[in-house]
Write a protein that binds this ligand. Structure first.
Ligand SMILES: [Zn+2]
Length: 309
């Protein structure tokens, strides 16, 4: 959707004066692209941050319609947190350009790309957007491995300390609690997934490699012929024959994709379509980064325990 941004200028100007009042309370105003980042920022920043996410957990993070309200939020932000790589490449640059906030432009102290220090998967040998590929710098869905959540939390701590050094002790201690808590959960999750190690499945979009690596399941092919390209009849035929040949019964898909092609394949192979949460907020019970893994592990276990039901 195209907006005439000049028409919202007056409201943006008003929001700048609101920004000063937020800063006066000494809370850092943080805007994130995804709710997963929002959850981690809140864990590390605690009461010292005001944090909101632009995208919701049931939206495809590759494709978010820019809205004037997003620009207003960015105009008054002290810090902007992005997944980076090319996940949000279709919508973040234009929002940042329109917001014209020097505190959060790329390279500034308030611009935080959490992909830094993440060991990336699926990094191609050359960057090409041939056939609309939207994973050209490596797979950008890295928050789906809780070990990466720890790295993201550290990057966020560093950024918060940079912007508000006087609160470093508190950010450090919040980070420590987050890391301790997630390590306990990772042990639980690993124990729950242990019996299913090596289970193979099909995914709609290639967005789960980090979840797969974390918990030992393997997506051997995808309904999308290329990331971002909707399933074609020939791809679906190929997947049906592959699933029959390999006796696979599970197709995983994020809630923001249409399920008709996955349903069609599942009918042909007497399989299951399993809707996994790709982000915090995908379903109402997923309120935190921890809930995201609780939810997905429960769904995977159900699917593997009753294949083809
Ligand atoms: Zn993707």
């Amino acid at each position: 959707m195209i907006y005439d941004f000049s028409r919202v200028l007056a409201i943006v100007v008003l929001s700048v004066s609101f920004a000063s009042s937020v800063r006066a309370q000494n809370k850092l105003n943080v805007v994130t692209t995804l709710p997963d980042l929002e959850s981690i920022v809140y864990s590390v920043g605690g009461d010292l941050v005001e944090v909101t996410s632009i995208a919701t957990g049931y939206q495809n993070p590759h494709f978010v319609d820019p809205k004037p309200s997003f620009i207003m939020r960015l105009t008054r932000a002290d810090m902007f947190v992005t997944v980076g790589l090319d996940l949000e490449t279709g919508w973040v640059p234009s929002l940042l350009n329109s917001a014209r906030n020097p505190d959060i432009t790329p390279g500034s102290e308030g611009y935080v790309d959490t992909s830094i220090n993440i060991p990336l998967l699926d990094v191609p040998s050359s960057v090409s957007r041939e056939q609309g590929d939207i994973h050209v710098f490596g797979n950008p869905h890295y928050w789906l491995d809780p070990e990466n959540g720890k790295i993201m939390a550290e990057t966020i701590r560093d950024a918060l300390v940079r912007l508000q050094p006087e609160s470093a002790t508190l950010f450090d201690s919040n980070l420590e609690s987050f890391l301790t808590q997630i390590d306990i959960k990772i042990e639980e999750w690993n124990a729950e997934m242990k019996p299913y190690k090596g289970q193979r499945l099909i995914a709609y979009h290639n967005q789960w490699p980090y979840l797969e690596a974390a918990f030992g399941v393997i997506a051997i092919d995808f309904l999308e012929p290329k990331p971002g390209i909707p399933p074609t009849p020939s791809q679906l035929a190929k997947i049906i024959s592959l699933m029959k040949q390999e006796s696979l019964s599970t197709i995983i898909i994020a809630p923001y994709f249409r399920t008709d092609s996955a349903d069609l394949v599942a009918r042909n192979v007497s399989g299951n379509v399993v809707i996994l949460a790709a982000s915090v907020g995908a379903f109402s019970e997923i309120k935190t980064y921890f809930d995201l893994f609780d939810y997905n592990i429960a769904r995977l276990k159900e699917a593997f325990d009753s294949p083809g039901s």
